[in-house]
Design a protein around this ligand. Structure first.
Ligand code: ZN
Ligand code: ZN
Length: 294
């Protein structure tokens, strides 16, 4: 079972449209994982940033029957849920969206989604959506979703934030989606003292690692405790866990295309200098990656 990864939104924090960000993209995080099984086309989606609007439009254009989506949320910061009210399949009663993600304190995900659609800030309430929407709260566990084994781990980021590792049940290449994560010191997060070891074990041998690389090492000094990492830290992590391909993600809104090119070049040089070959690229909105599924 081969599967296809598509980057619909790659930017962190806030959409950053405009002429200076056209190549890497300005939409906030959304990545789809698509594959075929006996019942036809299946879809898992990672985060519902503003990029999910484009995915929804494509699904509706295809017009080939009901849309059933498993949506895995890393957390509920704005940039990861803001696109959901614009996900057009939600406006059709024949569609179904199952949301998976961590509860925030004692506040349910459904409550948070409802709040971002309250009449004072949005014209259509959550209950006004025609599609079937269900929510499954998860924390650190192992799940079976579609043809994937899905592992989760808590990340070093404010609130409850999860990283995901997807492995096809038929074997083949695995994918980790780890965004909004502070690899270096700083910040106080609800992870145990042995977090780094657990985290490295969780990612060991992953084929494609999509990781937060919002800052440069220099910028990071002013942003410790913000819950993000530098590209240097992301490369060091990828080397440590022996990933094959690191995809830099959650680009800083202020970083224009030319500055992104420089950052990618610098990250690639670090990857090339590593003991084992590490491919490094940056997530580019609208691009795809195909992974083999065993
Ligand atoms: Zn974010
Ligand atoms: Zn966040």
């Amino acid at each position: 079972m081969a599967y296809k990864l598509t980057f619909w939104g790659t930017r962190g924090s806030i959409p950053s449209p405009g002429g200076l960000t056209t190549r890497y993209g300005g939409n906030t995080p959304c990545v789809s994982v698509e594959y075929m099984d006996g019942d036809g086309r299946r879809l898992l989606v990672l985060d519902a940033g503003t990029g999910i609007r484009l995915l929804g439009n494509q699904l509706m254009e295809r017009g080939n029957g009901e849309v059933a989506v498993d949506l895995l949320l890393s957390h509920t910061h704005w940039d990861h849920i803001q696109g959901l009210p614009f996900f057009t399949p939600l406006f059709d009663r024949s569609n179904a969206v199952r949301v998976w993600g961590p509860q925030q304190g004692d506040v349910a995900i459904e409550t948070i989604l409802r709040r971002q659609m309250e009449p004072m800030v949005f014209p259509v309430p959550l209950d006004g959506l025609a599609a079937k929407l269900t929510v499954e709260h998860i924390m650190e566990e192992s799940l079976a979703i579609g043809d994937f084994e899905v592992g989760t781990i808590r990340l070093r980021h404010p609130g409850n934030t999860l990283g995901y590792r997807l492995t096809p049940t038929t074997g083949g290449s695995s994918l980790a989606y780890v965004t909004d994560n502070e690899l270096g010191p700083g910040g106080e997060y609800e992870v145990g003292p042995g977090w780094r070891g657990d985290f490295v074990r969780f990612l060991r041998g992953v084929d494609v690692l999509v990781h937060d690389s919002m800052f440069t090492g220099k910028e990071l000094d002013q942003h410790r405790g913000w819950g993000h990492s530098s590209y240097e830290e992301a490369v060091a992590l990828a080397v440590e866990v022996k990933a094959k391909h690191l995809v830099l993600f959650h680009h800083r809104p202020e970083r224009d295309d030319a500055a992104m090119d420089e950052l990618v070049d610098a990250a690639r040089s670090l990857g090339t200098a590593a003991e084992h070959p590490l491919e490094v690229s940056a997530a580019i909105e609208g691009t795809e990656l195909t992974l083999d599924g065993g």
